[in-house]
Every structure is written in structure tokens, then in C-alpha cells.
Ligand binder design. Structure first.
Ligand SMILES: Cc1cc2nc3c(=O)[nH]c(=O)nc-3n(C[C@H](O)[C@H](O)[C@H](O)COP(=O)(O)OP(=O)(O)OC[C@H]3O[C@@H](n4cnc5c(N)ncnc54)[C@H](O)[C@@H]3O)c2cc1C
Length: 330
């Protein structure tokens, strides 16, 4: 089965969805595909059952900020329709030092996935579809693992850049050498995340996030109940980049138990159940020097995502927007 579209976007994270919204509202036919079970990519919320009920836990991005005035109207809309609210103006360090400032930290009302779900509501999105091969056959032809084929005049790639480059290498599309070299320099920190339900509320100080003074082995702990995402007590524990890199391929349960033990003094409650999420690409540490990358031959192909316009949710959204605007201008 071949699905024809004007623009195919690979990746239904925030970059892909913002780009799709912009292109669709300008009148283009847009199709978005994602290998995940749902939309959102690294804006991810999971339900975790415990003997006391079900908890909701944000395990990728924890909150987002707004520094770019171009992002402000988008945020204003999300606040107005009630899918986003302010969480806090900062958090404490593990030694109790307050780190609060003028910058609000925002969250999705039912967890971070609330935002991508809202953006995807009126888009043509295929989830659970992994693109494995990309070719140029007079149009871009993207073949999925399940046999589906997507054919498009233009293409926006928003996976983490090493994954986008693997797709490029899968077929006959060739990038100019300099661009290929620049994209190959982009690197991400991994992040080993533990999601845990608790037998009683955590002892994390309000508003429910803690930055350990030493960011290894743990760089962040969040209380999803205080955050307003979960009815049940539940925490997210993020390991630091060095620890995550050193233990990425170790037995996940052994690593999770080490992190739970290391967090115990701050969390101060019994863990009932836990799950592990390993993010191979969590936050880019080596960025591309422009808001997107693009080639015109053999067809319009753009790269977007958080490695382009800022290594966070806001940057990913701005990159998606910039890529869409560039395509429309062309
Ligand atoms: C642990 C962690 C903590 C973070 N904390 C914060 C934070 O507190 N604040 C903040 O602002 N940011 C944070 N971030 C970063 C933030 O989540 C990202 O910058 C942002 O979500 C990236 O969006 P994106 O659309 O560029 O990429 P992604 O969300 O990664 O979207 C890319 C999509 O492409 C899909 N994909 C990849 N390959 C294929 C394929 N072959 N076929 C089909 N689909 C494919 C993936 O499934 C994915 O959904 C965090 C990230 C992580 C992992």
C-alpha cells in the first residue's frame, strides 16, 4: 500500500508536530509517521500500576521554558486551551539550597505528552510505523518495516540526527560532503531513567523537583504527585550523563536498584514498583549551527529537531517551525 502526500514528516516529537501544524494550516497535505506507540517522542508520560492504583510519570522531558519570543504565541495558545500550566520558578538543590529565578517552568496538564497529543489531534499521523529505507524515485519513497510505503514531494526528518543519518544511508539519497560532515558531529548524552511508584508521598521539598549537588550518579529527581501529573506517589530518577554512558548496557534491574538506593535519602519512601527507560539520545551536547538543515536536490529534504535550534523542547519546536517556514518559502 502506498500513501501519497505532499510533505512527509518522520518523527511525531514536538519538532515534527509543530512543523506539520504549520504546513497543514498553510494548505499543504502533510503526513507524519513515528515508530513509537504514541506521539511525543522524548515528551513522554507513562502509566505505571502499583498495588495502590495507577501512577502517571513523565520520564523524558520534565518541564519546558520560554526564552524565544517566537515561541511565546505557541505557549500562550497552549495555556489558553488548558493543556499547559506553570509548575514552578525553580527547584531546590539536594543540600536544600533554593534555585529559583524569574523563569517559569511549564508542564503539560496531564503530563508532558498532553502537548504532542494536542498538536496531533487534527493531523494525519501514523504511529507504530518504523521507516527503514529512504529512497528517491522521482519523489521521496519511505518504506516502513510493516511494508507500507510513503511517497512525498518533500521530506522533513526529525529523529535524533544519528538516526536520521542512518535513514539517509539506507538508500540512494546523497548529502553534500560538508553537510554530511557537520551532521555527523552532532552528539547526544544518554540518560538512564527510573520510574518508580512509592508506598507513601516522597520527602522531596515543594515544588517536587531536586537537582543533586553532584550530578552523578543522579542528575534529577521529580515527584510526579507534587507536580500534579500523578494521583499516586511516584518519582522519576534521571541518572547523570557519565553514569548513564558507563552503565547503559548493564543489567537494567541492577542499575535501577543502584539508582533507587542512591536516591533513597532524598525520596524517603518505599518503592513499590519500578520501570526503566534508557534514552540513547536524551539531550544534544553538540549542536548544528542553524535552526534546520536543508538540501534541494534530488528533492526538498530538511532536518529539524532539538539539535538545531536549542537542545530542549522549546528549541525543538522552534526548529520544526523554522523548517516548515523554509519549505513554505520555497
Ligand atoms: C531524559 C530526558 C530529559 C529531558 N529533560 C528535558 C527538560 O526538562 N526540559 C526540556 O525542555 N527538554 C528536556 N529534554 C529534551 C526534550 O525532550 C527534547 O529536546 C525534545 O523533546 C526533542 O524533540 P524532537 O521532536 O526534536 O525529537 P524527539 O522527541 O526525539 O522526536 C523524534 C521522533 O522520531 C521518531 N523516530 C526516530 N526514528 C524513526 C524512524 N526510523 N521511523 C519513524 N519514527 C522515527 C522517534 O520515535 C521520535 O518520536 C529531555 C529529554 C530526555 C530524554
Amino acid at each position: 500500500m502506498t500513501i501519497d502526500t505532499q510533505c512527509l514528516i518522520i518523527g511525531a516529537g514536538i519538532a515534527g508536530l509543530v512543523a506539520a501544524q504549520r504546513l497543514q494550516s498553510a494548505g499543504l497535505t502533510v503526513t507524519v509517521v513515528d515508530k513509537g506507540r504514541g506521539v511525543g517522542g522524548r515528551m513522554a508520560t507513562r502509566r505505571l500500576t502499583s498495588p495502590d492504583g495507577a501512577a502517571r510519570i513523565d520520564h523524558g522531558a520534565q518541564y519546558f521554558t520560554n526564552y524565544d519570543p517566537q515561541f511565546t504565541p505557541m505557549l500562550a495558545e497552549w495555556l489558553a486551551v488548558g493543556i499547559v500550566r506553570k509548575w514552578s520558578n525553580g527547584f531546590h538543590a539536594s543540600d536544600g539550597t533554593p534555585h529559583f529565578n524569574q523563569t517559569p517552568r511549564y508542564v503539560g496538564t496531564d503530563g508532558m505528552t498532553t502537548i504532542p497529543k494536542y498538536l496531533a489531534r487534527n493531523l494525519d499521523v501514523y504511529t507504530g510505523v518504523t521507516i527503514t529505507t529512504l529512497r528517491w524515485e522521482g519523489a521521496f519513497a519511505a518504506a516502513a518495516k510493516d511494508g507500507r510505503l510513503f511517497s512525498a514531494e518533500s521530506l522533513i526528518l526529525t529523529p535524533p540526527v544519528p538516526q536520521s543519518l542512518a535513514l539517509i544511508d539506507s538508500g540512494n539519497v546523497v548529502l553534500p560532503r560538508d553537510l554530511r560532515h557537520q551532521l555527523a558531529q552532532i552528539e547526544y548524552d544518554p540518560c538512564f531513567a527510573v520510574l518508580a511508584t512509592l508506598g507513601s508521598p516522597s520527602r522531596l521539598p515543594p515544588p517536587g523537583g531536586v537537582w543533586p549537588v553532584h550530578p552523578e550518579p543522579i542528575s534529577w529527581i521529580a515527584d510526579n504527585q507534587q507536580k500534579g501529573v500523578s494521583d499516586q506517589p511516584a518519582v522519576t530518577i534521571h541518572a547523570g550523563p557519565q553514569f548513564s554512558r558507563d552503565h547503559f548496557d548493564d543489567d537494567p534491574d541492577a542499575v535501577a536498584n543502584r539508582l533507587i538506593a542512591a536516591a533513597d535519602a532524598l525520596v524517603g519512601a518505599d518503592v513499590l514498583t519500578y520501570q526503566v527507560q534508557r534514552w540513547r539520545y536524551s539531550i544534544p551536547v553538540q549542536m548544528f549551527p542553524a535552526r534546520f538543515a536543508a538540501i534541494d536536490q534530488p528533492g526538498k529534504l530538511l532536518f529539524a529537531g532539538d539539535a538545531f535550534a536549542g537542545p530542549r523542547v522549546e528549541g525543538a519546536a522552534m526548529s520544526g517551525l523554522a523548517a516548515a517556514d523554509a519549505l513554505l518559502a520555497a
